[in-house]
Ligand binder design. Sequence first.
Ligand code: SME
Length: 152
Amino acid sequence: MNKYINEQIRSFLEEPDMIAALANVSAVISQNYDRLNWAGFYLVKNGELILGPFQGKVACVHIPFDKGVCGKCYRDAKVQRIDDVLAFPGHIACDSASRSELCVPIIVDGQVVAEIDLDSPEKERFTADEENEMIQAAEDIAAAWTEHHWPN
Ligand code: SME
C-alpha cells in the first residue's frame, strides 16, 4: 500500500483544467504502481465512454455502455477488479498483453461521469489495498469535478 498516492493525486486535482489535472493523475498512478501496461481515464460523453488522458499504448477511443469491463463498470456504477480478463465475457483487449484490470467509477450527483481504468500484463495484479486507493482517488476526482465545474 502506497500511503502517499492519494495525497499526490489530491495535489494535482487543485488544477482547474480537467485535461491537465487528469493527465497528471494518470502519470501519478503509473509512476506509483508497477507492472501496469495502461493507466488512464474514460469519460462519459454523448451516451458512450470516450478515451481520456492516459499513460500507455494507443487504446480504444469509443466504448459503448454495453461492452467490456468499462461498460460493466458504467452500468453497475461499481468497481470491477478482474483477476483474469481472459475469463471476463466481452472484455475489450486494447492491448493483447493485458491479463488483469481494475476499473473504478467516478460518480458525481449519482451519475457515473468517468472511470479510472488500469491494465496489467500480470494475472491477479491488483490488490484490495490498491482498489481502496483508487476508490479514494475516484472520490477525490468527483469532489474536484464539482469544485471546478467540469462537464457532465
Ligand atoms: N479493457 C477495457 C477496454 C479499455 S482498455 O483496457 C484501455 C474493457 O474491457 O472495457
